[in-house]
Write a protein that binds this ligand. Structure first.
Ligand code: GTP
Ligand code: MG
Length: 492
């Protein structure tokens, strides 16, 4: 297949000619050392040059949870509406529009519900904590002693805590606690690390909690201050020491000995009353002062979760558009490498091609990365690929696959062509994932990009994928009639 190279960057606009010249001279003077050495030196030279570059392309942005005001909640709903509008627009020119239009009407319905929720009076409180800490006992006692006394419109739910909710996925805001206005987090002694990590994350997500130390009756009075101090110390690192209360939701019954006046001793079992006054005081105070804020904060979280749902569907549509672009550039990369006089893998030429791919992909994902920035991102990706050892591993793996095929003819430049196409694919797919998961901004978070690159690379290292990929590249670059058969290989 003849690929027409239309973009000027592929011809003269690379902007790395000095380095190419340097690499070229290294190549000609050391050619007697053989391909591998030269390849290594080229990579090393590129590495040295790249290492001198600034580490970050731009400041990294942290996602900040807005303060819970009505305006912020309205803004969150507005931002959801914008994403739904984008989705509606993108859905106009795709085939599977029936399902998507159903999704869109459901999303619009959620916007209506969320807007109504801004004035919600009823509160939802979730009681969570590890198994057996007394969640159900607490829920029962609060329902019977507190809600009815105060005629509060409150519902209680209890759910066993799972630390994975706040550690596992990237969208930790989509955890089962998100829809609740307040979290009562129950522990029975020391705060263990996974619980502390969970609480820190809840703070990041703007979720209010009260940490409840239950089963006080199991401790001797002189043990308690120590435990309290330890928990408070830990909590102070996340500015939450005020959030601790201690209770006994269902104290154990106790054996009481009473000395009678006649000298005899009477023994009987007494059931102490639950002791939750510290908690109810805290609750009363919190609800008096912050009831509305709690509702707005929940609305903000819920709106964000629905927005992520919409974004997900939008990303699927965008990915369908992105893949043909990636394929187009991977063939351009293959043909360029195949016909390039430099006999080793030319990472900068690949970077130059990838720069244009980045620009095109960023347009699909509405990131507006222009060519200059695209070049920087492409070089950063080349740098990351080198650093992670992806270039070396892929070249080795592809060489093994090629060498083990039954046809002896392998044209010069074949391995470079396949590597160039492969690395372009890995870069392209990684970028679609990066653009899909990162907050909307034009900054490039190198750390995230690195993780994604590694993951995508690992996924594509699967032997069957690589074999069929080799086939595809060969059919694009090999002269007609040179057939290639790839046989089963065991790649280390
Ligand atoms: N000593 C003491 N025991 C308590 C207290 N609160 C609850 N328990 C006991 O702890 C055990 C577990 O209580 P639950 O309320 O079932 O705890 P849970 O967290 O709902 O348990 P799961 O639903 O199984 O996760 C029961 O035997 C309760 O009687 C307390 O304040 N003191
Ligand atoms: Mg329970």
């Amino acid at each position: 297949m003849a690929v027409k190279l239309q973009r000027p960057i592929l011809v003269g606009g690379i902007g790395f000619s000095l380095l190419l010249w340097l690499l070229d001279s290294v190549h000609s003077s050391l050619s007697e050392f053989g391909g591998t050495t030269i390849f290594g030196i080229m990579l090393a030279s590129l590495g040295v040059w790249l290492l001198k570059r600034p580490k970050s392309l731009s400041p990294q942005k942290l996602s900040i949870i807005p303060l819970p005001t009505k305006e912020a909640a309205e803004e969150a709903i507005a931002s959801l509406t914008t994403t739904i509008d984008k989705l509606s627009l993108a859905a106009e020119d795709i085939n599977n529009s029936k399902k998507i239009s159903n999704n869109i009407s459901q999303l619009n319905q959620q916007v209506i519900t969320l807007t109504e929720e801004l004035e919600r009076q009823q509160l939802s409180i979730v009681i969570t904590g590890n198994k057996g800490v007394g969640k159900t006992a607490l829920s029962e006692i609060l329902k019977s002693q507190w809600i009815y006394k105060n005629s509060q419109k409150i519902e209680f739910i209890d759910i066993t805590w799972e630390s994975e909710w706040t550690t596992k996925n990237e969208y930790t805001q989509v955890n089962p606690l998100s829809p609740y206005d307040l979290i009562l987090f129950v522990i029975t002694g020391d705060l263990i690390d996974s619980e502390f990590q969970g609480l820190s994350k809840l703070i990041d997500l703007g979720q209010r909690f009260i940490l409840i130390w239950n089963k006080q009756d199991l401790y001797w009075p002189d043990q308690k201050p120590q435990v309290i101090q330890k928990i408070k110390e830990t909590l102070s690192t996340i500015n939450s020491e005020e959030n601790l209360v201690k209770i006994s939701a269902r104290p154990n019954s106790i054996k009481v000995r009473k000395h009678q006046q006649d000298g005899t001793i009477q023994e009987f079992i007494e059931q102490p009353l639950p002791e939750i006054s510290g908690l109810t005081e805290k609750l009363n105070q919190l609800l008096d002062q912050e009831r509305k804020k709690l509702v707005w904060a929940t609305t903000i979280r819920k709106a964000e979760i629905v927005r992520l749902e919409a974004k997900n569907i939008l990303n699927q549509i965008r990915r369908e558009r992105a893949v043909p672009q990636i394929e187009k550039y991977q063939w351009i990369a293959a043909v360029t490498a195949f016909s390039n006089p430099v006999a080793t893998l030319d990472l900068l030429a690949i970077a130059a091609i990838n720069a244009q791919l980045i620009v095109d992909l960023s347009a699909i994902y509405e990131r507006k990365i222009y060519l200059e920035k695209g070049k920087k991102v492409a070089v950063t990706m080349a740098e990351l690929m080198l650093k992670l050892g992806l270039v070396e591993i892929s070249t080795k793996t592809l060489t093994i696959i090629l060498k083990s095929n039954s046809v002896t003819f392998i044209a010069g430049g074949t391995i470079q062509a396949i590597s160039a196409a492969y690395l372009t694919r890995v870069a392209g797919i990684s970028l679609t994932e990066y653009f899909s998961t990162q907050i909307d901004s034009n900054f490039v978070n190198i750390e995230q990009l690195e993780k994604i690159l590694q993951r995508v690379f690992n996924q594509t290292q699967e032997n069957n994928f690589l074999k069929s990929f080799v086939h595809q590249v060969m059919s694009h670059v090999l002269p007609k009639g040179k057939k290639l058969e790839v046989v089963q290989t065991q790649v280390q």
